[in-house]
Design a protein around this ligand. Structure first.
Ligand code: ASC
Length: 128
């Protein structure tokens, strides 16, 4: 799928970067830092739902290379890593549902859970 291990690193970093961008826009509304815009929340959640599925196939064996921020635990605890990824995907789906409904209270709750999913994996699988 990737010609070189470094291509996988670049791909997953790009996906995480986009995830942070689109989640950040929703989270700013959820946290009251910018005014709630239902249409923008919905558009960003739709994109986020797709992006949240992308990074996980970009951790092939042998791609713990270069200046990757991934810890070796990604490859030594693959089942736990996968279930953490799935939890994020599920929580993002709930955020998408809340955003489609245009319900800010639901968006706040769901965004909180998404943030927790990000953080939980970072603690184990990402270098600081
Ligand atoms: C974000 C972002 C993360 C997570 C994390 C949650 O918006 O860029 O990496 O949330 O900070 O704790």
């Amino acid at each position: 799928q990737f010609a070189k291990p470094a291509d996988a690193v670049k791909y997953r970093e790009s996906a995480f970067k986009l995830m942070a961008t689109h989640f950040g826009r929703i989270n700013a509304m959820a946290q009251g830092k910018v005014p709630f815009d239902a249409k923008a929340a919905q558009a960003n959640a739709e994109v986020l739902s797709v992006i949240a599925k992308l990074p996980w196939d970009a951790f092939p064996a042998g791609s713990n290379v270069g200046n990757t921020e991934a810890k070796p635990e990604v490859w030594s605890q693959p089942d736990k890593f996968k279930s953490g990824a799935q939890l994020l995907i599920d929580n993002v789906a709930k955020l998408d549902t809340a955003a489609r409904a245009g319900n800010l209270d639901q968006i706040k709750a769901a965004a909180g859970e998404v943030g927790k999913s990000c953080k939980a994996c970072h603690e184990t699988y990402k270098k600081d």
